[in-house]
Design a protein around this ligand. Structure first.
Ligand SMILES: [Zn+2]
Length: 324
């Protein structure tokens, strides 16, 4: 009986391997699309997209299912490096993801928070020109003065599909290390972690803005812009009720044996989704493989369960309808 089971598992693996090979080949041909620089040059930070599908677990369901190809219509194209070196924390707070409220405790988040000790060097995520460096008491970038404290805003040589420029914002610095108008390179130190402005403790608040660098309403989810680590990918999707309305503040989970993730949905009006993708939730830094995407109600009752596949270096897009 045990031999038969092993034989059947081996058959299932063999049955799906060719699909993976085909998909990998298809991925390679899809890697050419990337954002255009406004000066027409090839971006210096061309995304490193790796498609090496790995069956992290096999169930009867996953073995019989061919995962759809990842989407290639996000505007982010993983153009940005992390704002910290590998010796520091390069992961953001899942509790306070983009568009979330940290379970109702805080106001809607327009960026991502990276916890690191005060004084940790903050790095430019791509080449650009410093649009502004200094305090935001006289020059407003948030909902009120002295919101970001000491901040740096960088204008990058990339354009959005709307023809607008792309900016990154780094808030709550103890001190900036660059000045307005200065050219910066990816990886260059632009300031140091602090807790200036509205901050509960030392951390970097990081944003991506499109078009107007001084508009609090111009943000996009940075999780779609930061390059995933090798072997991991991004899941983006839209969570709606049965009337088609985007739902906000709903926790979504990705579950695989020994590897779980969670994130929260956002409205898409109070903070923006990507223009092309129109997502209202994103998981990032997810190891490639099969996962169950799960949505529960507040009592823990299952509202949705769906098998998905996460592609390394790519965006898997999912559309979910639930009756909350
Ligand atoms: Zn923040």
């Amino acid at each position: 009986m045990r031999t038969l089971t092993l034989f059947l598992i081996a058959c299932l693996i063999l049955a799906i391997l060719p699909t993976f090979a085909l998909e990998a080949a298809r991925q390679t041909s899809m890697l050419s699309a990337s954002a255009q620089r406004s000066d027409g040059q090839t971006p210096t930070l061309a995304p490193t997209l790796v498609a090496t599908p790995v069956p992290n677990f096999i169930t009867a369901e996953s073995a019989l299912w061919t995962p759809p190809a990842p989407v290639n219509r996000t505007e982010g194209n993983f153009l940005f490096e992390r704002p910290f070196s590998y010796r520091h924390n390069t992961y953001w707070s899942r509790e306070y993801s983009y568009g979330s409220t940290r379970r109702g405790q805080l106001q809607i988040h327009h960026g991502l928070d990276f916890g690191n000790p005060s004084g940790t060097a903050i790095l430019a995520v791509a080449d650009g020109v410093v649009y502004y460096a200094g305090p935001d008491d006289a020059r407003i970038f948030g909902p009120r003065p002295d919101f970001y404290g000491i901040l740096v805003v960088i204008e990058h040589p990339y354009m959005y599909s709307t023809g607008e420029k792309i900016y990154t914002l780094y808030g709550h610095m103890r001190q900036e290390a660059v000045s307005t108008g200065q050219q910066v390179k990816a990886g260059q130190v632009i300031g140091y972690v602090g807790a200036t402005g509205v901050a509960l403790g030392p951390h970097l608040h990081f944003e991506v803005r499109v078009g107007n660098p001084e508009s609090y309403d111009a943000t996009r989810n940075p999780a779609l812009w930061l390059k995933p680590y090798e072997g991991s990918g991004v899941v983006a999707g839209v969570l709606r009720d049965i009337h088609g309305n985007k739902l906000e503040g709903v926790q979504l989970e990705l579950q695989a044996p020994g590897n779980n993730h969670y994130t929260f949905s956002y409205s898409g009006t109070r903070v923006n989704g990507d223009n092309r993708l129109g997502e209202n939730f994103v998981f990032a830094d997810v190891n490639a493989g099969y996962y169950y995407l799960i949505v529960k109600n507040t009592n823990g009752g299952l509202l949705h369960r769906q098998l998905i596949y996460v592609w390394a270096g790519q965006v898997t897009f999912v559309e979910v309808f639930i009756m909350p």
